[in-house]
Write a protein that binds this ligand. Sequence first.
Ligand code: ZN
Ligand code: ZN
Length: 379
Amino acid sequence: MEKLPIKKPNFIVLTLTPLLAVIFVPWYGLTVGFDAFEWGVFAFFMVATGLAITAGYHRLWSHRAYEAHWSLRLWHAVWGACAMQNSILHWCADHRQHHRFVDDNDRDPYSAPKGFFHSHMGWIIRKQNIYTDDFANVKDLQRDPVVLWQNKYYLALTVGTNVAVPLAIGWWHGAMWGTFLLAGLLRLVLNHHFTFFINSLAHMWGRQTYTDANTARDNGLIALLTYGEGYHNYHHLFQWDYRNGVRWWQFDPTKWVIRLCAWVGLATQLRQPPVVQIEKARLSMQLKLALQQLEHAPEPDAWRTRLEEAHRQFLAAIEEFNRFRQELRLAKEQFQEQFSRDRQEMKRRYAELKAELRHQRHAWRLLLAELSGTELTRA
Ligand SMILES: [Zn+2]
Ligand SMILES: [Zn+2]
């Protein structure tokens, strides 16, 4: 197959930055040293850029898994530029194409079957003729002024946040180069490769918990490095869920941050599929794997019947349980609504009766006063 031409700026950034980091970070660390403040700035930059990609670029803009206030969008747009992974518009166009044509070597921009290097970073270095950059699949994002603004000033934003901001903070702190090396350079390289792992490793290494229709895998270890995006098998089946680690104990800081944003009012309309759908997918994968094991079992037909029957009953129990839970929730809502309506009515009646009481008391006193007046006159 004929190789496509190399994209020089991307090639230079992706080869030069790791090289410089590998040389200068240890050298500076050994000769001058980094202090706690510099590591603190590094940690802040790490988390801010990481979450801008996962909570912003990925779950908010690519998948519309929730709605965000403009201030939160602006925050993710600025730190997303700092992650140097292209503008929101480009990133989301690629990503939506990836989901739509996953594993299709001719149409998935980072198709995993093409190998680790290609899906990790090769696809960024070489030009691709997969589609033209007409942004046809991100028309909705072109209505977001924050997205358009970031696209327009992307270069200035990315250079400013990667070079000027760390240098300025470092200058103020009195260690300009140390701060730049950690928060600018090392952070950039780590953030790049942690993100790239989602396209490479998370399509090769881990469990196919929910579907085997594509190469995506669930991997808790990758989730540790990627703010929760390691649960990639689930994500490929329920891509618009604001969670990737769907079970409460799965390490998915991005989902916790989105929930926190919702709690303070910055995020709304968090989307998630019904529990039954998720459980159904998980169970049918388990049944499939169990049936595959039957080849080596002593009585495969008897086993098959038992497995299928147990699966059917389990599924029915899940459905029944969830139906009842839904009913319960509805009843509770209705009860609360009715209760609050009744309470309003009772409050109104109470006020009415109280006013009537006051009125009658007044009338009674007037009458008594009138009577005593009459008696006085008579006397
Ligand atoms: Zn993927
Ligand atoms: Zn995705």
